[in-house]
Design a binder for this molecule. Structure first.
Ligand code: DGL
Length: 257
């Protein structure tokens, strides 16, 4: 089976890395839409059109299931893509459900792109599961740029996040939910700012587990010629240069740490 993943950039690589541990023999294609990153400041129509382009590219390369490894694209385009393409399309959502199960009454901070924070999908999810009204939502769009440069722990990142969180009483929080796949890379800085007891959650693993349930239910099979190969594309162009492939490997490793 060939599985396609797409994101606006490197964020989705954490899902590719985790999926590889669960599906060692499947072939993966990863599409990073780096010509159009960031998605989170675009309109629903723009994000839907870009997501459609990514999905149709992955299908043209043989993808038999697609993981939308991007919260923003899931909020904007998942129903559209599911309606248009007749293959499993798995979306990601911020890990609000596990966060509200954390015992106690402390607050939960969901950070995401401006699009995800204002979209109905996240508000509906919070309304459904946040019975005690513990969840706050905040956009932190600059993190996408930092992540694209592989800048995960610099002073500039820390200054930016301290400024984003300046109004918050850090002691009140028990969890930071990364509602954007680029954000898990800043875990160390979240721990620095909120203290070592803060839980940092993201929806990547849950999404991949959901993919596995889905494709196994559909009679998932590894073909003989499949070797557990992953190919990487930037907005439709195959990545062959060593530096970028090394960077992607480093990003996958960093997300798993
Ligand atoms: N990684 C994406 C997400 O999960 C979007 C980042 C962006 O392009 O703004 O929302």
């Amino acid at each position: 089976m060939k599985i396609g993943f797409f994101d606006s950039g490197i964020g989705g690589l954490s899902l590719v890395g985790y999926a590889r541990t669960k599906l060692p023999d499947a072939d993966f294609i990863f599409y990073a839409d780096t010509d159009n990153v960031p998605y989170g400041t675009k309109t629903k129509e723009e994000i839907t059109a870009l997501s459609d382009k990514a999905a149709s590219f992955l299908i043209s390369k043989g993808a038999e299931a697609i993981v939308i490894a991007c919260n923003t694209a899931t909020s904007a385009a998942a129903p559209y893509l599911r309606n248009k393409y007749n293959i499993p399309i798995i979306g990601i959502e911020p890990a609000v459900k596990p966060a509200v199960k954390i015992p106690g009454h402390k607050r939960i901070l969901v950070i995401a792109t401006p699009f995800t924070v204002k979209e109905k999908k996240l508000h509906d999810l919070v309304d459904r599961v946040d019975i005690e009204h513990r969840v706050d939502m905040l956009p932190t769009p600059e993190l996408v740029k930092f992540a694209e440069h592989g800048e995960f722990e610099s002073d500039k990142v820390k200054e930016y996040l301290e400024d984003c969180f300046k109004e918050l009483d850090k002691e009140d929080y028990c969890a930071v939910v990364c509602g954007c796949t680029h954000f898990i890379h800043f875990k160390k800085v979240f721990l620095d700012i909120f203290g070592p007891n803060i839980a940092v959650l993201d929806g990547g693993k849950g999404t991949v587990n959901n993919l596995c349930r889905h494709i196994k239910g559909e009679g998932y099979q590894v073909n003989k010629e499949q070797s557990g190969k992953t190919s990487y594309y930037r907005s439709g162009r195959e990545i062959t240069d060593k530096d970028t492939l090394e960077f992607y490997k480093m990003v996958i490793k960093h997300a798993a740490e």
